[in-house]
Ligand binder design. Structure first.
Ligand code: F6P
Length: 545
């Protein structure tokens, strides 16, 4: 048994769970009219309501004990102060320094990283101003109208999500497009309506040798040079974002046109770095810095607020409660906010690449469940797709709901309908509908139909959190994203795992590299298992030459 599941704090939670597992939230709410007041928190105008959870104050106290006993306090300080907490890659984890708006020094190996961060922010600002004002011209002298950002995983999902969430702040003159998949459909369809004369490619890759990104970047370069007639166009149409200057130069992008970041920024935590350039080009550098400001405020809150009033810590503790004690395997994220349509996609990498681990920090296999499956899509669409299972299926799926009190757009009737659904779903999940209540809504004949009655009963008691904010602003978004990052960190600390490497993605990459040459020859392939051989050979037969 691991020290975690053996700990006093864990045992106390197990005992507490026995007593709480059959309690009804509906009853708890009935008995305690102050529950919202007790179990909701605020940062600026962001309200975090966690009252619709299967908890009492004692539950939170016991979960906080667990976090303390796993050393959360010290680990938070270790992260913020640049200690080498990514122990397998021997790296500090300092995305928080990227948004350190106080500008106080942050040291890695004795060197203050803030001057470098500020230098790249200034470089981004000058570049954004030139492109947005139309002063940065393409090879034919025309101003840039379209940005094509090429990057995958952390170098794609974050900026794509933020650009969509903040699209009301986006430039009318500049359109931003995202390409990540090596499937040519992605690049070809994005480029189809664009003109090479007015398109700028932003190639984002931490290592600058990621197979998909390099393939897409090469095809983009060919597209440009075929249309411009010369390689001389490249410096006006390609910029790079990377930690790796040699690979950028080898690809053929002048390092003058490179925006640097550093190996202490994890890919999935990099949207705050120059990886956010495509977003900054779209929304402008002032708004990008407001995004950083929002994250910075969430960082201060996380670092300095007692755990029982600390939004990301509470989010993490509730996740552990359901994951490890109720046996919930997944967690749904459902923004009632169309602009947040890529938020669940983004969090899938953020959470699942971070905490999808089965070995602990001492190299032992864990004997408890770690990171949950993260999924979701915007409400109200999700209601007409998967909500049935959340309401009446056999699985417990804790949900996070979020919504803005005000839309950026001018159709008020839509917004009230949206918000009534945002409020009704968590209420329905929590309250359910009893047999008596079902019967009261039916005609006398229908009441006799046992199957009909049973099918209409909702067990309820399904937990959820809700975020409500005034408007989706850069600052609000910055805080929300940072809350989730710190939630992931806190859970990693409790599970005693390294949330900052991603060894699990390597094997598939290596095998794909071995298979690639086998697809290009005419031989029958026998070097794999019979399934892989069979599929390779069928592909070669099908492939039109
Ligand atoms: O394959 C996983 C991964 O390494 C992610 O962690 C990373 O965000 C993504 O690939 C892209 O990597 P890069 O930015 O180096 O191209």
């Amino acid at each position: 048994m691991s020290s975690l599941t053996h700990s006093k704090a864990w045992s106390a939670l197990k005992t507490h769970f026995q007593y709480i597992q059959n309690e009804s939230m509906r009853e708890i709410f009935r008995k305690d009219p102050d529950r919202f007041k007790k179990f909701s928190l605020r940062l600026d105008d962001i309200i975090f309501d966690y009252s619709k959870n299967r908890i009492h104050e004692e539950t939170i106290a016991l979960l906080v004990d667990l976090a303390e006993s796993q050393g959360l306090r010290q680990k938070i300080e270790a992260m913020f102060t640049g200690k080498i907490i990514n122990i397998t890659e021997h790296r500090a984890v300092l995305h928080t320094a990227l948004r350190n708006r106080s500008n106080t020094p942050v040291y890695v190996d004795g060197k203050d990283v803030m001057p470098d961060i500020n230098r790249v922010l200034a470089q981004m600002r000058a570049f954004c101003a030139a492109v947005r004002a139309g002063d940065w011209k393409g090879y034919s002298g025309r101003a840039i109208t379209d940005i094509v950002s090429i990057g995958i995983g952390g170098s794609g999902l974050g900026p794509k999500m933020v650009s969509a969430a903040l699209s009301p702040y986006g430039s009318d003159r500049l359109k931003v497009h995202y390409v990540s998949n090596v499937d040519q459909t992605n690049l070809v369809e994005v480029l189809k309506p664009l003109s090479a004369e007015t398109t700028l490619f932003v190639i984002a890759s931490k290592v600058f040798n990621t197979q998909e990104t390099m393939m897409n970047a090469r095809s983009a370069r060919n597209w440009l040079t075929e249309r411009s007639g010369s390689e001389a166009a490249i410096p006006k149409h390609f910029v790079a974002i990377s930690t790796h200057a040699e690979n950028v130069a080898r690809f053929g992008i002048d390092t003058e046109n490179m925006f640097e970041f550093w190996d202490w920024v994890g890919g999935r935590y990099s949207l705050w770095s120059a990886v956010g350039l495509s977003t900054a080009l779209s929304i402008g550098m002032d708004h990008f810095e407001e995004l950083l400001q929002g994250a910075y405020e969430a960082d201060l809150h996380f670092r300095h607020t007692p755990f029982d009033r600390n939004i990301p810590v509470i989010m993490a503790l509730l996740g552990v409660w359901y994951n490890n004690f109720f046996g919930a395997d997944s967690h749904a994220v459902i923004p009632y906010d169309q602009s947040m349509r890529y938020f669940a996609d983004y969090l899938q990498q953020g959470d699942m690449e971070s905490n999808g681990k089965s070995v602990d920090l001492d190299g032992n296999r864990v004997d408890y469940s770690t990171g949950p499956i993260i999924w979701g899509q915007p409400g109200t669409n999700g209601q007409h797709a998967f909500f049935q299972l959340i309401h009446q299926g056999t699985k417990l799926i804790p949900c996070d709901f979020m919504a803005a009190a005000n839309s950026h757009y001018p159709l008020p009737e839509h917004h009230d309908i949206l918000i009534s659904n945002f409020l009704a779903q968590p209420e329905a999940l929590m309250n359910g509908l009893t047999e008596e209540e079902v019967k009261a809504r039916l005609s006398p004949e229908e009441r006799e139909d046992r199957v009909l009655v049973a099918s209409k009963v909702f067990d309820g008691n399904k937990p959820s959190n809700a975020f409500l904010y005034k408007k989706m602003t850069p600052r609000t978004l910055g805080s929300l994203i940072a809350f989730y990052e710190h939630k992931i960190f806190t859970q990693g600390v409790i599970w005693h795992i390294n949330s900052f490497d991603q060894m699990g993605v390597e094997l598939g990459k290596v095998l794909a590299k071995a298979i690639l040459p086998e697809l290009k020859n005419d031989r029958i392939i026998t070097s794999h298992d019979s399934s892989t051989n069979g599929l390779i050979n069928a592909y070669k037969q099908y492939k039109e030459r």
